[in-house]
Design a binder for this molecule. Structure first.
Ligand code: OGA
Ligand code: NI
Length: 335
């Protein structure tokens, strides 16, 4: 049987000197028109090695309330671990399309895992200038190695090593966010699924684009996750929406970028804000990023944390299964 080919943007990128119509955004979205030109936005950079926990909690809480996004410095993940993760991911995306297609998301699969280029149906059939690979990296029971590249050979080791380090950072951020809501340290993580919280890695590969002024990589969205922790490469492109404008986020070498996702906004009953963000692409350079979405299992029921809602602060969001939340969001149905 003929297998449907992944129409990789990377292939397209090498063969055109302008971009097909379906990649041209409307004027309301074109980066050249909608990006704030002036100062680069100084997203809070938080040192999570700060020994004074009270002040660390305060900074994380403030950033989550006011921005829904912050960068983490001094996170303790060795540079070699991060660069190894980046190197093997880049090597995978540089393989011939035939080899990458062995990891293609199976036709009709309801899960996101696999290699591909389109995630959500977009209005007017528009497309983002990006290819991706998704696979879970934690917990072991959620891992399907079928979607982990075997080439390069150290792909597995690099991802396992990064995941081990990342878990420590994620637990620390969760603890601070929990304390920031007036909960006990472990309570927020517990409500998000505790030990069954899933770490879903995505690699975004944004090939050079002949018209970066007209196209977008990932279109405006908030992440569905609780938290997303992202490693970028050195090519800037992340933008956040604030006070009606799109701003470039400053690249800080070796920092991790933390996004508050929909589930944290819900659990905090709107105190923490899921950040609206998108990505631009580059004319000459390949941009890559490695977000890890911290997601509850699909069957896990999640809503505003019972300890923070009462008569004076009634629940603003529904309590529902994460799987149902995802279904509505991906199909653009009301929650
Ligand atoms: C995403 C995303 C941002 C980036 O994949 O959800 O927002 O910097 N990526 O690539
Ligand atoms: Ni995102």
């Amino acid at each position: 049987m003929e297998v449907e080919r992944v129409q990789a943007i990377a292939t397209l990128s090498r063969s055109v000197d302008t971009i097909p119509l379906e990649y041209i955004r409307s004027e309301k979205e074109q980066p050249a028109i909608t990006t704030f030109q002036g100062s680069v936005l100084e997203v809070p950079a938080i040192d999570i090695n700060e020994s004074n926990e009270t002040s660390l909690v305060e900074s994380i809480k403030k950033a989550s309330e006011e921005w829904g996004l912050f960068q983490v410095v001094n996170h303790g993940i060795p540079i070699e671990v991060i660069s190894h993760l980046q190197r093997v991911g880049k090597e995978f995306f540089e393989l011939p399309i035939e080899e990458k297609e062995e990891y293609a998301k199976p036709e009709g699969s309801k899960d996101v895992e696999g290699y591909g280029t389109k995630l959500q149906k977009e209005v007017e059939g528009k497309k983002g200038w990006v290819d991706h690979l998704f696979h879970r990296i934690w917990p072991p029971s959620a891992i399907n190695y079928k979607f982990w590249p075997k080439n390069p050979t150290s792909y597995k080791e690099a991802n396992e090593e990064y995941c081990k380090c990342l878990r420590g950072v994620a637990e620390k951020i969760f603890r601070c966010m929990s304390l920031g809501l007036g909960l006990e340290g472990p309570e927020l993580m517990e409500a998000a699924g505790g030990d069954s919280l899933e770490y879903l890695l995505k690699i975004n590969y944004y090939p050079p684009c002949p018209r970066p002024d007209l196209a977008l990589g990932v279109v405006a969205h908030t992440d569905m996750s609780t938290l997303t922790i992202l490693v970028p490469n050195e090519v800037p492109g992340l933008q956040v929406f604030r006070d009606g404008l799109w701003y470039d986020v400053k690249y800080i070498p070796n920092a991790l970028i933390v996004h508050v996702g929909d589930q944290l906004e819900i659990m905090s009953n709107g105190k923490y804000k899921a950040v609206l963000h998108r990505t631009t692409v580059n004319k000459e350079k390949v941009r890559m990023s490695w977000p890890v979405f911290l997601e509850p299992p699909a069957e896990h029921v999640l809503g505003p944390h019972p300890k923070i809602v009462d008569d004076r602060n009634p629940a603003k969001y529904k309590t529902k299964k994460y799987g149902d939340y995802m279904y509505c969001k991906l199909n653009k149905l009301p929650q």
